[in-house]
Design a binder for this molecule. Structure first.
Ligand code: ADP
Length: 454
């Protein structure tokens, strides 16, 4: 607002307007009401100007983001085409060989198995794509129920174990010494943990160390997956959870990944009412992904704090785990060790019996369908040699019909558990057994072992 004296020279006023640009000239004397309204009008105009400027800045940012997304989508399509071609090429070669009778009977079987593997890879890619599209459009339904976190961890470790073992990594698990319950979709949450474990295995040079730690903090449970791998720069950390985002120079490590795993993980965690964050001190300094979820209220019948945890301590117990599925046996063994148990693993029935001849176990967890000597027979021979009182025998099997339960009972098992086992149920059985021979620590209530039908 420029105030001019009365009778000001019009050319001089024009020169002022030209020099100052967007001004309003008020000639004195001016009434208060007129001055106030001129000021208000000027302020309103200024405010609109700011709004337009902000709008233009936001538009430029949105355009830039669209450009980046578009570029990422193009890169993604190129990678997708490449990843689809990878399994398609051997399948098409094998078909050619089979069609023209160029493979002998023996080789034909190998080719069919190879095609099956490659079709499996294709299916996985397509499923990942469908899944991420469903979750981003909000079409994915969770099937939540009370779940035991240790069971989830065990399922996730089981599915990631092959990748971890193949790269020669060491996996350390650290779980609270008491059961932690969540209200969650067990399949989806195991998928979250397993995805983070797989990434830790992929983006860590062979022979690395991966740590999975579960902490119960107030009303939250935090699951942390840490590796000592290639790390993530500060810049990449900002958009690591975005769709199709892959760190350019690490792409060859992604093992067929499409840059959608972490997006899926983040959305699934958020659907559970939780959050995920990432920490890394930079290149070659390892990474740490932290998932925090609301914890389910503690079941009053179970020990709620570490102070009551002696009831869940297995340090007095020697346990034999026998399963021909090595990953299942190893991951269960690792979990039991976290609770202090001394664990021996056998991958077949004969080794289980041999182990029993050389030492005394407090408990044995036996798979039923083992190829050489099945779990029923192993149980019968153990009972014949060691009697009923000394050892707790648990059948852990995929079969859960009444008839299956009757058979395991007849073979001498104490309890029948179906896979995947609810870890707190397993712990409850094992703790009870420990109390058979040992005096119980004062005040530490033993958990009631639930019925075998659970
Ligand atoms: P991808 O299929 O490429 O593995 P993800 O969405 O799972 O896709 O991960 C996105 C990117 O984040 C990866 O390409 C990788 O560069 C980086 N990343 C994920 N996890 C880790 C990790 N543990 N250490 C280092 N980089 C990681």
């Amino acid at each position: 607002l420029v105030l001019a004296r009365p009778n000001a020279d019009p050319p001089a006023l024009a020169a002022v307007t030209q020099k100052l640009g967007n001004v309003t000239i008020l000639v004195r004397p001016i009434g208060v009401a007129a001055l106030v309204s001129a000021v208000q009008t000027a302020l309103r105009a200024r405010k609109r100007q700011y709004q337009i400027r902000q709008h233009l800045v936001e538009r430029a940012q949105a355009e830039e983001q669209l450009r980046i997304n578009d570029q990422r989508k193009d890169e993604f399509l190129a990678i997708l085409a490449h990843e689809l071609r990878n399994p398609l090429a051997p399948v098409s070669n094998a078909l050619h060989l089979l069609q023209h009778g160029l493979a002998g009977q023996h080789r034909a079987l190998g080719l069919v198995q190879m095609m099956e593997r490659q079709v499996g890879n294709l299916t996985r890619l397509v499923n990942d794509l469908l899944e991420v599209s469903r979750v981003t459009r909000g079409e994915l339904d969770l099937h939540c129920e009370p779940v035991d976190l240790a069971t989830l961890v065990s399922t996730a470790v089981e599915s990631s174990q092959p990748l971890i073992t193949a790269a020669g990594h060491r996996l350390h698990l650290s779980l609270p010494p008491f059961p932690v319950r969540l209200h969650a979709d067990p399949v989806r949450l195991a998928q979250v943990i397993s995805n983070l474990l797989n990434n830790a295995a992929k983006y860590t040079p062979d022979g690395g160390t991966i740590r999975l730690t579960v902490r119960h903090e107030g009303a939250e449970v935090c699951i942390e997956v840490q590796d000592n791998g290639i790390g993530i720069s500060a810049e990449d950390r900002q958009n690591i959870f975005e769709l199709f985002m892959q760190v350019q120079q690490n792409r060859e490590r992604s093992q067929g990944g499409l840059g959608i795993g972490l997006t899926l993980v983040k959305r699934l965690v958020e659907l559970h009412g939780g959050r995920i964050s990432v920490e890394s001190e930079g290149f070659q300094k390892g990474s740490r992904f932290i998932v925090c979820l609301p914890a389910e209220q503690q079941d009053e019948s179970l020990p709620a704090t570490a102070a009551l945890s002696p009831a869940w301590n297995l340090s007095h117990l020697e346990i034999l785990v026998a399963d021909d599925n090595r990953d299942a046996a190893d991951s269960l063994g690792t979990l039991l060790q976290q609770f202090g148990a001394q664990v021996t693993i056998a991958y077949d029935g004969q080794s289980a019996l041999d182990a029993f001849r050389s030492r005394t176990f407090g408990a044995a967890i036996l798979d039923i369908g083992m190829p050489d000597i099945d779990g029923h027979q192993v149980a019968r021979r153990i009972r014949a040699e060691h009697g009923r009182q000394t050892v707790l025998l648990l059948a852990l099997t995929g079969w859960g019909q009444q008839e299956d339960i009757r058979k395991t009972a007849a073979a001498g098992f104490d309890h029948h558990l179906t896979k995947p086992v609810d870890f707190s149920v397993l712990l409850a059985y094992l703790c009870r057994n420990g109390a058979r021979d040992r005096p119980r620590s004062a005040g530490a209530a033993l958990p009631e072992a639930p019925s075998p039908s659970r």
